[in-house]
Design a protein around this ligand. Structure first.
Ligand SMILES: Nc1nc2c(ncn2[C@@H]2O[C@H](COP(=O)(O)OP(=O)(O)O)[C@@H](O)[C@H]2O)c(=O)[nH]1
Ligand SMILES: [Mg+2]
Length: 400
């Protein structure tokens, strides 16, 4: 008979003596035996809780073979505890799937087989969501806690994923109920350099799993009210979430690229402006019709700024996809020129022309700004990424 894949439910605990015994009995005694297509283990990661949570677990280990305890000598924070637990589950227990779960019954134990079914269906990252149909927040939550939860979740989604498809797809980014596939995902994830060992780790795991290309699925979560023990959520949690998502976004290679692209674009604009003045002056005695003179002067200046944009982006922004001298570079440069003329001259001119025709000449600058920021910049960004400096498939697969 083939060996069943192993799912390890990881529960971090700090002063959960009031619930851990009942939780162990529920999972090891009732839920796990009903799951036929997975071998299940429960791993409690306790930071040597002063209330003796680990002693209850040690006692239960006499009864349940599939109950593991990772005892941490000092308080690690929820993220720190999960990292230690995940490593132990992968390296020592050889887990195929890791499930994040809380000790306090706010996550319904009956959801565990549902998470595993979605993994069976081919998903790599299954999240319990309070926001989709069938999911809910506890009835007893006051306005303040609800507000922080909603605002935190929205900011996290926005900063991490907007305007990508995951902004719409991942409705509850701060959820604590998750199942993650190990092979190709958690085992390749960098867990050594997390920005937060507290609550913010949840957003980092989420962001990294998505970058690794995990197929994500949400299941409804009816988040319960904590009946025993105290919530470990701290007033600093909101700050920790914001800090984590901003650092993730800022240090992401795509953000760094976008900043370089923006700087080079501004520099190109300056070259165009200075070049236009210089050429217009130089041609003064040569071409007498102002219109023709300025057209030629701007065409020359624009071409210099296009060459500068191409060269600098090639050497700096897209240095990992750098084009080297040869036929391909010339082809790409021609494409770049063409797209620059279309996105930087033809489209804005048409927008300004049409806009001022309809709304009047006083809107000229407004339409220039609209055209440049809402059409030229995004269009160039997409053309550069998807056409000119298109990543080779092997590199793209690594999510870097
Ligand atoms: N090991 C460990 N567990 C923690 C720590 N902080 C929180 N936990 C556990 O993480 C789980 C979720 O925490 P909880 O207080 O319920 O957060 P809330 O549901 O957001 O209020 C619980 O099982 C806690 O005992 C910590 O520093 N170390
Ligand atoms: Mg809780």
């Amino acid at each position: 008979m083939e060996k069943l894949p192993l799912a390890v439910v990881v529960i971090p605990t700090y002063n959960e003596a009031g619930t851990i015994g009942e939780m162990v009995d529920t999972l090891c005694g009732k839920i796990f035996p009903k799951i036929k297509d997975w071998q299940c283990k429960l791993l409690v990661v306790d930071d040597t809780s002063p209330d003796g949570t680990y002693k209850i677990v040690q006692d239960k280990q006499k009864k349940y073979k599939n109950l593991e305890l990772f005892l941490n000598p000092t308080k690690a924070g929820i993220g720190g505890a999960y990292i230690k637990g995940f490593r132990h589950a992968m390296n020592v227990l050889k887990a195929d799937v890791l499930i994040e779960f809380d000790a306090d019954f706010q996550h319904p134990p009956k959801d565990i087989p549902i998470l595993l079914n979605e993994i069976n269906a081919g998903y790599d990252y299954v999240l319990g969501s309070r926001k989709i149909k069938g999911g809910s927040n506890p009835k007893g939550w006051g306005f303040k806690r609800l507000f922080f939860s909603e605002a935190g979740g929205f900011v996290a989604r926005f900063v991490l994923f907007f305007p990508g498809k995951n902004f719409f797809k991942i409705t509850d980014p701060t959820t604590g109920l998750k199942a993650s596939r190990v092979k190709g995902f958690v085992d390749t994830m960098d867990m050594d350099h997390l920005y937060s060992k507290r609550f913010g780790y949840k957003l980092e795991f989420l962001f990294k799993m998505v970058q690794l290309g995990a197929k994500v699925k949400e299941i409804p979560l009816q988040f319960g009210l904590r009946t025993k023990g105290e919530s470990k959520i701290e007033p600093k949690t909101a700050k920790d979430i914001f800090r984590s998502v901003f650092l993730l976004r800022w240090n992401d290679p795509s953000t760094q690229k976008f900043i370089k692209f923006g700087c080079i674009g501004l520099f190109g604009f300056a070259i165009n402006k200075i070049g236009l003045d210089i050429f217009a002056k130089a041609l003064q005695g040569v071409i007498n019709t102002i219109g023709i003179r300025n057209t030629i002067a701007n065409a020359l200046a624009a071409e210099i700024s296009i060459v500068s944009n191409f060269t600098l982006n090639n050497l700096w922004t897209f240095k990992n996809e750098k084009l080297i001298w040869g036929k391909k570079l010339i082809q790409k440069f021609v494409t770049f020129n063409l797209s620059s003329v279309i996105s930087g001259i033809v489209i804005p001119s048409l927008v300004i022309g049409a806009g001022t025709q309809i709304f009047g000449d006083s809107y000229r600058t407004l339409f220039l700004v609209v055209a440049v920021f809402f059409i030229t910049v995004p269009l160039n960004w997409f053309v550069y990424n998807l056409v000119i400096w298109k990543r080779s498939p092997e590199k793209a697969g690594k999510g870097k």
